[in-house]
Design a protein around this ligand. Structure first.
Ligand SMILES: Nc1ncnc2c1ncn2[C@@H]1O[C@H](COP(=O)(O)OP(=O)(O)OP(=O)(O)O)[C@@H](O)[C@H]1O
Length: 272
């Protein structure tokens, strides 16, 4: 089977700080990948390097193509989508209009097209309806963002990324701020997208959730990949436990360590 996505020796240097240090791994299609690590480990930098938002050395390959020299806006067109930690939507546009704005791939001639045909293309309109139905949020199509709950906003943010029909989706803390059960329900919906063929790489601080829904997990610490494996292997990996327990003056790390410990029980196997 062709590897859908891979990074090799991916490295990002910010002045004297090596935020990402020779990270290499491959991801097979339709896999749910978790990317975890303590604060400042380099997780967001990884997403930025993959999508071309930050300069990096090493290689990024996707579906047989080397994207390393491809600029950020063109990487999106190759089928890589992402969400950001901030949930910014156009607050005076409805959910459907927000998705449509994202789905319309702009080109140098699109302002001219807008003059003669100021309506979404059929392909974009279809992609929007498809994204709404895949996340089962058709009922939110005409709602304005200020009227959305936090949980609904999370779904809309993912739907907006789906409206560009990505085959690989990078999610940066998509469930942040949700309560445990709401986060798990949200992750279960993401899991369904993976079952339908989408590949997802998700950053999240909620170690318990990542261990429950992901097929494989990569752990970063100080920019280095310190462990890779399935949830069971990650649970038991001493370097992972050390990375989380080692930074005990960091409340988020302490919280993650507690979640990791709580997730060790046999009743916490992966949900499928
Ligand atoms: N533009 C930048 N310039 C300089 N240093 C940066 C820049 N962006 C990130 N860093 C540093 O790079 C390191 C990795 O940051 P990054 O945001 O990728 O970590 P993270 O794992 O996503 O952390 P968090 O869990 O807090 O979001 C940190 O030490 C951060 O301070």
């Amino acid at each position: 089977m062709m590897t859908r996505f891979g990074v090799h020796d991916l490295t990002v240097q910010f002045g004297g700080l090596r935020a990402l240090d020779q990270v290499s791994f491959a991801v097979e299609p339709a896999t749910f990948v978790g990317l975890i690590g303590p604060n400042g480990a380099g997780k967001t930098t990884f997403m930025d390097a993959v999508t071309g938002f930050t300069p990096a050395t090493g290689t990024v390959t996707f579906e047989g193509h080397d994207l390393s020299r491809v600029p950020a806006h063109r990487r999106i067109r190759t089928g890589i989508g992402r969400t950001f930690q901030t949930l910014e939507l156009f607050e005076d546009l409805t959910v459907r209009e927000n998705l449509t704005a994202a789905a319309e791939k702009s080109t140098w001639w699109s302002p001219l097209v807008d003059l003669v045909r100021p309506r979404p293309s059929r392909a974009a309109a279809e992609a929007v309806e498809d994204a709404l139905s895949r996340l089962r949020i058709e009922d939110l199509a005409d709602v304005l963002p200020p009227d959305l709950s936090l949980g609904q906003r999370k779904f809309v943010t993912v739907a907006r990324a789906l409206a560009l029909r990505p085959r690989l989706l990078l999610l940066d803390e998509p469930a942040a701020g949700l309560g445990t059960s709401e986060a798990l329900a949200f992750a279960a919906r993401l899991r369904e997208l993976v079952e339908e063929g989408l590949t997802i790489i998700m950053i999240d601080h909620d170690m318990g959730m990542v261990l429950k829904v992901c097929d494989e997990i990569h752990v970063l610490d100080f920019g280095r990949l310190i462990a890779s494996g399935d949830p069971e292997a990650i649970r038991q990996d001493p370097r992972v436990i050390q990375a989380y327990l080692g930074v005990d003056d960091d409340p988020a790390a302490a919280e993650a360590a507690e979640a990791a410990e709580a997730a060790v029980g046999p009743e916490n196997g992966p949900v499928r």
